[in-house]
Design a protein around this ligand. Structure first.
Ligand code: ZN
Length: 467
C-alpha cells in the first residue's frame, strides 16, 4: 500500500482498514459510518457548530423531501442539479400528484419558509445552518468521503438587507473556515470560480481547494453570494425602515464529509492515517512493554499514567490486549493516533516515559513527573508541524507557467495570467485538460499575459486536475 505509487488504491484501502467507512452496504456510493470514522466526523461537526454558534447562526433541521414545484423555481439551479436528483414518485400504492426529491442541497427546501419567516428589516440578518445528509446521483466513479451519493453535509444559509451586508457575511465565512482548517491542519486556497463553473444560481462562488497527490485539486467546500437570484423566484421580501418592500440578499456556505477525505489524503502515509490531534478519537495510546515477572507492576504503572492523562483532559487509551508490542504499534499507526507512549520496567526505573510521534516518526522520552505538560505541548507541536508540512506540499504543488508549449501537461497546479474572456478560458482548459479553479479571492500581486491570447492582464488564475 504505497501512497506515492497508486494514490487511489492506497486511499480506498486505507479508509476501510483504518475503520473510517464500510463500503459493503448494498447501495453503491452510500457507505456505512463505523464508530471510529463517525467519531472523527463528529469532532469535525462539533468544530463547525462551535464556530457557527459563536457567530450567531442558529441550527435548524429541514425535511429531507422537496416538492418538484419548489425545486423548479430557480431556472439555473434546476439545470445544474437535474441530472443528479433522486425522485420519490410513490407513497404506498399511490402515485404522487407532485413528485418529491431527496435534497441535493437545501435552497429549495428552505426558501419557501424564508419567504414566510422574513417580514421586516428587524428579522434580518437571518443566519441559520444545518448538518444533514444530502443526496446526489453521482455517475462518476464513487470514492469514500470524496465522491459519494449520500453525503454528510453542512450548509449555512443567510438573508441580508442588502448586497453589502451579504458581502460581510461572506467575509465572516472565511474567518470561520480559517479557524476550522487550523484544527484540521489543512491548507487551502480561496478561488473565485469562473462564470461557467459557479454554483447553479449563484452571483459568484468561491471554491475552497486543497492540493492532493500529483497536482490534483480537491474542493473542500464553497461559499456563495446569491444577491437576489433566489429571493426573487422564492419571493423573500422585507419591509424596510422607510416602508418600502425589498428583496433580501442571500449567501450560503457548504462543506461536507470531504473534509475527512482530505485529512486522509493530505496527511496519511504508507503506514496509515495521520490524524491531527484535534480530530483524533485517541490522541495518545499507551503501550505497556511487559516481560515475565513485571506484568502486574508495569500494568499498574501504565494504568496510573492513563488515569493521569485522562484526568487532564487528554483523550487516551491503554492497549492491554494480548498482542505483542510490535503488532500494537502497527495497529495504532494505521489508526493515526498522534502520539504513542511506551512504558516498560526500565522506563519506570529511570522515571521516564518513551514516546513516538505518528506524524514524523521521531522518538524520545519524557520525564515521568512532567508527562501531562509534555504530552499537551507535544500535541500542539505535532499539529503545528502537520500544518507546515501540508502547507509546503500545497506550495510545492503550484507551478507558474507563461506558455502552453509543454509536450505533457505537468502534474501540478498551474498558475498563469488570464484576460478574463470565456473563450480564452475554455481554450486553455481544452489544451491543458485542466479545470480553471479561479482567481484568488485575496488578490495576488501579478502582472503578465493571458496564457491564451497574450493580452496584458493583472488577473492570475489557478488550474488543476480536479479529483
Ligand atoms: Zn485571453
Amino acid at each position: 500500500m504505497k501512497k506515492e505509487e497508486n494514490f487511489s488504491e492506497w486511499y480506498n484501502e486505507l479508509v476501510e482498514t483504518a475503520g473510517l467507512t464500510d463500503k459493503r452496504y448494498p447501495i453503491k456510493g452510500m457507505n456505512v459510518w463505523p464508530a471510529y470514522g463517525w467519531k472523527i466526523m463528529q469532532y469535525i461537526d462539533s468544530f463547525i457548530r462551535q464556530e457557527l454558534d459563536a457567530t450567531n447562526h442558529d441550527e435548524v433541521c429541514f425535511p429531507l423531501l422537496i416538492p418538484k414545484t419548489e425545486f423548479q423555481k430557480e431556472k439555473d439551479h434546476i439545470k445544474g442539479f437535474d441530472a443528479e436528483v433522486y425522485w420519490v414518485t410513490h407513497a404506498g400504492l399511490n402515485e404522487l400528484d407532485i413528485p418529491l426529491l431527496l435534497r441535493p442541497t437545501s435552497e429549495t427546501a428552505m426558501y419557501p419558509m424564508f419567504s414566510i419567516w422574513v417580514r421586516s428589516h428587524g428579522d434580518l440578518p437571518l443566519k441559520i445552518y444545518q448538518l444533514v445528509n444530502t443526496f446526489r446521483y453521482e455517475t462518476k466513479q464513487t470514492r469514500a468521503f470524496i465522491r459519494v451519493r449520500e453525503i454528510h453535509f453542512f450548509e449555512s444559509h443567510t438573508c441580508h438587507v442588502d448586497e453589502a451586508d451579504a458581502q460581510r457575511q461572506v467575509e465572516e465565512d472565511f474567518e470561520i473556515l480559517e479557524k476550522l482548517m487550523q484544527k484540521l491542519c489543512l491548507p487551502y486556497k480561496l478561488l473565485k470560480r469562473t462564470e461557467w463553473d459557479k454554483f447553479p444560481g449563484a452571483y459568484y462562488t468561491v471554491g475552497i481547494d486543497t492540493a492532493m497527490m500529483r497536482g490534483r485539486s480537491l474542493q473542500l467546500g464553497s461559499i456563495h453570494h446569491y444577491r437576489e437570484n433566489f429571493s426573487r423566484p422564492f419571493d423573500i421580501k422585507y419591509e424596510d425602515v422607510d416602508g418600502s418592500t425589498k428583496y433580501v440578499h442571500q449567501t450560503t456556505y457548504g462543506m461536507s464529509e470531504r473534509l475527512l477525505g482530505s485529512v486522509v489524503g493530505v496527511h496519511g502515509d504508507d503506514k496509515g492515517l495521520v490524524l491531527p490531534p484535534a480530530l483524533a478519537p485517541f490522541q495518545v495510546v499507551i503501550v505497556p512493554i511487559l516481560a515475565k515477572g513485571n506484568v502486574e507492576a508495569v500494568t499498574a504503572q501504565a494504568r496510573a499514567l492513563r488515569d493521569e492523562l485522562k484526568a487532564a483532559g487528554v483523550r487516551v487509551t491503554l492497549d492491554e490486549s494480548d498482542e505483542r508490542p510490535g503488532a500494537k504499534f502497527f495497529k495504532w499507526e494505521l489508526k493515526g493516533v498522534p502520539l504513542r507512549l511506551e512504558l516498560g520496567a526500565r522506563d519506570i526505573e529511570k522515571s521516564m516515559v518513551a514516546y513516538a510521534r505518528r506524524d514524523d516518526g521521531k522518538k524520545g522520552s519524557f520525564d515521568r513527573s512532567k508527562v501531562v505538560d509534555e504530552v499537551r505541548s507535544m500535541l500542539e507541536v505535532i499539529a503545528k508541524d502537520m500544518r507546515a508540512k501540508a502547507q509546503k506540499f500545497l506550495d510545492d504543488s503550484i507551478m507558474d507557467v507563461d506558455n502552453m508549449d509543454f509536450k505533457e501537461v505537468p502534474e501540478k497546479w498551474l498558475r498563469f495570467g488570464w484576460c478574463g474572456e470565456q473563450e480564452c478560458g475554455r481554450k486553455i482548459e481544452e489544451r491543458t485538460e485542466l479545470k480553471i479553479l479561479g482567481s484568488p479571492y485575496v488578490k495576488e500581486d501579478f502582472h503578465g499575459k493571458c496564457l491564451c491570447c497574450g493580452k496584458e492582464t493583472d488577473t492570475v488564475v489557478y488550474a488543476a486536475r480536479a479529483m
